[in-house]
Design a protein. Structure first.
Length: 270
């Protein structure tokens, strides 16, 4: 039998604390991340990401594997708390709670924490991304094509925002991610001998006309302003996606996915 503490009151101190952690200030102060849902928690487990506390509500389960997941987390030292449906609904940030929410520590790394492979290095750089949903979706695409790392430069959104965790479906925990200033990232990439490919809708060269087989970093910019002049000047090549309709740009997560998959396509066929 699993041992757990039962919580039903909405006024419980732990419930109130988790609600506070939805806000960045308290979350950063206490250096925690909220991990909600089976898929995100499963990926955290597979990545051996520490989860100190796990809150569960069987009435809200949507599958049959939750009990096994709880046992795996307990084996790694997590404390369990069983909540009533009302109490869990209060701590949940998803529209349709699945009855699972974990609390873990924030883990941040700089560029020294990334590993550069000896051949065909492949990084995604994101400058000043503003929307958590876009950042999380970019993580999914980056993971899907097997990038060697994601570098977040001068980010305007919180890496551990619950909506980043949700949109990434837990790839936040499996993907090598570093945070740096744009200047630091440029120096690091150039020292490593990686070509810098800057994406912008305001240049002439189309992305499928660019050789992406060698060591490189694809760089994308903010939703509102695109890439800064710092990156445009540092780039070895500048490329764009063709836009045939009235829109002048794509959502940054969509644009990133297209660029990443073109790089993967070239490497697979070439």
């Amino acid at each position: 039998m699993l041992e757990f503490e039962e919580i039903n009151s909405l006024q419980n101190g732990r419930v109130k604390q988790i609600v506070k952690w939805r806000e960045r200030g308290p979350r950063d102060r206490d250096q925690v991340v909220l991990i909600e849902g089976y898929r995100a928690l499963r990926r955290a487990l597979e990545a051996e990401y520490p989860v100190d506390e796990l809150y569960f509500c069987p009435e809200l389960y949507q599958g049959e594997n939750e009990e096994g997941l709880l046992r795996e987390f307990v084996a790694r030292g997590a404390r369990l708390f069983r909540l009533g449906a009302a109490a869990f609904a209060k701590i949940a940030y998803r529209d349709r709670p699945e009855g699972l929410l974990g609390i873990g520590p924030q883990r941040r790394r700089g560029l020294k924490g990334l590993t550069i492979p000896p051949e065909k290095a492949f990084f995604l750089v994101a400058e000043q991304i503003e929307k958590p949903g876009n950042l999380g979706t970019m993580m999914r695409s980056a993971d899907a094509v097997g990038v060697d790392g994601l570098i977040l430069c001068d980010s305007r959104t919180d890496l551990y925002n619950p909506n980043v965790v949700r949109a990434s479906t837990g790839n936040l925990f499996t993907l090598p991610i570093a945070e740096a200033s744009s200047e630091e990232a440029i120096d690091w990439l150039k020292a490593a001998g990686l070509r810098i490919l800057a994406a912008s809708p305001h240049v002439e060269k189309l992305y499928f006309d660019v050789d992406m087989k060698g060591p490189l970093a694809i760089v994308v910019g903010s939703e509102q302003y695109g890439l800064s002049e710092t990156w445009m000047q540092a780039a070895d090549e500048r490329l764009r996606l063709p836009m045939m309709g009235k829109a002048d740009s794509l959502n940054v997560s969509t644009a990133s996915a297209l660029l990443l998959y073109e790089c993967l396509r070239q490497r697979l066929v070439g």
